[in-house]
Ligand binder design. Structure first.
Ligand code: ATP
Ligand code: MG
Length: 284
């Protein structure tokens, strides 16, 4: 069941967000859209029960905080006039023509990148030096795009050459340039707060005037892996500020078949606290 919002018509629900268009939609060029972040949490491409209370608001606050600080055009429409019911977890944005590319940047070796590195000494086709360990910093951040799959399908890692086929050489180059630029700027800001930005995913779209804009959520715990710098330096590299707690619990309590089990209250609370801690740390 999607929330009814006066003046807005629900058009799409992803695993985490619900999108709305104005009901009195005229055909002016600056078409707008309401992106409402829910408390839903997904892991291994499944939406889990129950949600994480406050997650939608936390992630929305975090995205806004980052949009304010990043040196690139974004999709926010100002001033924001939001339905009061969802004001803390909604963003009024320009409806963009989205590029079906997830612009992943990795500054450190982790997760699927680490798994792949052990087999091939490369990540998504990018060759890396020998002898790196799980959690190591890469010589420089690498761009490893993925094809954005339709709802219910898995995103698929693709080569840079493949992104050229999908969006053309100019856009492909611009998405890579912007992604690396934003990642570097964000890493510097995160480090000033004792946080390491290990990797993240951006999405971009084009507005009616042809400008490429940073869209979706940005640098949140759902789209990024942050680590505590002190813990990392002392060799404790396991715990991030994302849904690792949920993933770890699920791994131990579910074989991956059928519907995942309900998350226990303790896991929900710890995840919620971890998401809140990231926001506190960054914005203190
Ligand atoms: P999944 O359920 O697989 O996560 P999803 O990532 O598509 O799918 P959500 O992230 O929950 O789902 O929903 C947000 C959707 O809104 C995404 O499809 C995203 O590409 C899209 N989106 C974000 N910003 C804009 C924008 N400014 N204009 C148009 N679409 C946007
Ligand atoms: Mg998404």
């Amino acid at each position: 069941m999607t929330l009814e919002l006066a003046g807005w018509q629900h058009t799409y629900s992803g695993k985490v967000r619900d999108l709305y268009r104005p009901t009195d939609g005229d055909d002016d060029d600056d078409d707008v859209m309401l992106v409402v972040a829910s408390d839903r949490v997904s892991a291994y491409d499944h939406v889990l029960e129950p949600g994480i209370p406050g997650k939608g608001a936390l992630l929305t606050t975090l995205s806004r905080w980052w949009f304010d600080r990043l040196p690139v055009a974004n999709h926010l429409v100002e001033p924001q006039s939001l339905p009061t019911e969802v004001a803390d977890r909604a963003m009024l944005v320009r409806a963009l023509e989205m590029f079906p590319v997830e612009c992943v940047v990795r500054g450190y070796l982790s997760g699927s990148g680490w798994v792949e590195y052990q087999k091939s000494r490369s990540v998504c086709g990018v060759a890396l030096p020998e002898g790196l360990k799980d959690g190591d910093r890469l010589p420089e951040p690498i761009y490893t795009p993925a094809f954005k799959a339709e709802l219910g399908e898995h995103d698929e890692n693709i080569s840079y050459e493949r992104t050229i086929e999908i969006v053309g050489p100019d856009v492909a180059a611009e998405l890579r340039r912007l992604s690396l630029e934003i990642f570097t700027a964000a890493s510097t800001i995160a480090e000033a707060h004792g946080l390491i930005l290990a990797d993240t995913k951006f999405e971009f779209g084009r507005d009616a005037g042809g400008t490429i804009r940073l869209a979706d959520e940005v640098l949140t715990s759902d789209s990024s892996r942050y680590w505590d710098e002190e813990a990392w330096l002392s060799g404790h590299r396991g715990q991030s500020f994302d849904k690792q707690i949920v993933r770890d619990w699920l791994k131990g309590h579910w074989d991956g078949n059928g519907t995942p089990p309900q998350l226990p209250a303790e896991i929900v609370e710890r995840t919620s606290a971890r998401y809140a801690e990231l926001l506190d740390r960054l914005t203190d």
